[in-house]
Design a protein around this ligand. Structure first.
Ligand SMILES: *Cc1c(COP(=O)(O)O)cnc(C)c1O
Ligand SMILES: [Zn+2]
Length: 407
């Protein structure tokens, strides 16, 4: 097992290293540990049942809260709500991870590897979810954590990070400023950097299991498309790599928000290089990453999308609200705005004829609604105050009226 540069191919020993020493490029894990699946009921029902494919070589270093191995749900009502669509929609429900987002997969792998390599603490820059995840796993490991987030991060995510007891630094401005500070602090304190862009190869490596899980769950037949909410793009890489290792090449669709869409902009312009975005303006905090200073992450993701014959598409905040509503009311799945973005994208791409009406698509539902319920609070709801609960007949009439009015 080694670290390999995705740009120049140079290999490096598997230490805590965040960029290629030759060219500064992104590093990936080449090879795997071959570690026997560790015993214990929690681990057996987690991504660690595939421990042999990951990078941790000592079972004792594993820090797990039961991440990964998430359900794949068929979503017929979402499919029917998309005009003209008669294919299959599946939801990979990553909200079910221990801290409520797929970041737990990256963080469980990376903190375990950091412990194996002797790290005494961890640092993470985050738009919220990675920070919550690192704080949770650091608590689980009994390790110190410093989390750096933009000051405007949704309250639910900030509360969650603080609850796990991490040191939480709030930085004015966009996410890239937090990113730079976290890298500097990791260096200063000698802590491992668990930021979940492409910086930590051991973190990104674990996401290939998403593709492998999907192949298992779909009985070995690949979907036509996988729609992935995309910040810098590790999840796109994981999905593409996981399917490729199982011999399948579904089209990867990178989904961004119109208010922060550097990868989509380059895709539409036919460019190979992604340029940074300014200040993001969207309710989708999980993908509000302007890539300032690490534009190469976006270019790499774009390259992977194109290699699959895939697409990149941006959705509006109104599209996101509608998708959130459809997921919650139609399928019982409660997602944060970013987590619903693939459904918004699917609707748009089918309408534009860019995804066929009989496609078989997987939507990555990446983050839980508990983390950012603001958009739901602003939606029309069927909520009624009951000042006189003794008057059951009156309350029953109210319910009957409400049932008739159901949209
Ligand atoms: C981080 C995050 C993303 C973006 O993932 P990348 O791998 O950074 O592109 C998408 N959705 C949610 C909920 C996230 O937290
Ligand atoms: Zn290199």
């Amino acid at each position: 097992m080694q670290l390999r540069c995705v740009e120049c191919g140079q290999t490096h020993p598997p230490t805590l290293r965040y960029a290629c020493a030759m060219c500064g490029g992104i590093l990936e894990v080449a090879g795997s540990s071959g570690l026997a699946p560790p015993a214990g009921p929690a681990l057996a029902n987690s991504m660690w049942r595939h421990a042999a494919r990951l990078s941790v070589t000592e079972a004792a270093a594993i820090v797990s809260l039961g991440e990964g191995a998430t359900p794949l749900l068929r979503a017929p009502r979402v499919g029917r709500a998309i005009p003209g669509f008669r294919g299959e929609v599946w939801l990979k429900d990553e909200t079910r991870n221990p801290s409520g987002s797929f970041k737990d997969r990256l963080v469980s792998a990376a903190i375990s590897k950091a412990i194996e390599l002797g790290a005494k603490g961890v640092v993470c820059a985050s738009s919220g979810n990675a920070g919550a995840s690192v704080a949770a796993y650091a608590a689980r490991a009994g390790m110190g954590a410093i989390i750096v987030v933009p000051a405007h991060t949704p309250a639910g995510k900030v509360t969650q990070i603080a609850a796990y007891g991490a040191i939480l630094l709030l930085v004015e401005g966009h996410y890239s400023r937090s990113y730079d500070l976290a890298a500097a602090l990791a260096e200063r304190h000698g802590f491992a950097n668990l930021t979940t862009t492409f910086i930590n190869p051991y973190a990104v490596d674990a996401l290939k299991l998403v593709g492998l899980e999907l192949m298992e769950q779909l009985d070995g037949t690949a979907p036509t498309h996988v729609l992935v909410p995309t910040g810098s793009g590790p999840l796109v890489k994981g999905v593409v790599q996981g399917f490729a290792e199982a011999g399948a090449w579904p089209r990867a669709v990178a989904v961004q928000a119109e208010g922060c869409a550097p990868i989509v902009r380059a895709f539409e312009a036919g460019e190979a290089k992604v340029t940074a975005w300014g200040m993001p303006t969207t309710i989708a905090s999980g993908i509000s990453d302007p890539l300032i200073g690490y534009e190469r992450d976006g270019s790499y993701t774009l390259r992977l999308v194109r290699e699959t014959g895939g697409l990149a598409v941006a959705v509006s905040d109104d599209d996101l609200r509608e998708a959130m509503r459809l997921l919650a009311r139609g399928e019982g799945v409660y997602a944060e705005p970013t987590g619903a973005s693939p459904i918004a994208a699917l609707r748009r791409l089918v309408a534009e004829g860019r995804i066929a009406a009989d496609a078989r698509v997987v939507c990555m539902v990446t983050g839980h609604g508990f983390k950012d319920g603001k958009a739901y609070q602003e939606m029309p709801a069927r909520t009624y105050p009951v000042p006189a609960p003794e008057d059951v007949a009156a309350v029953a009439r109210l319910c009957e009226r409400a049932m008739r009015e159901r949209d």
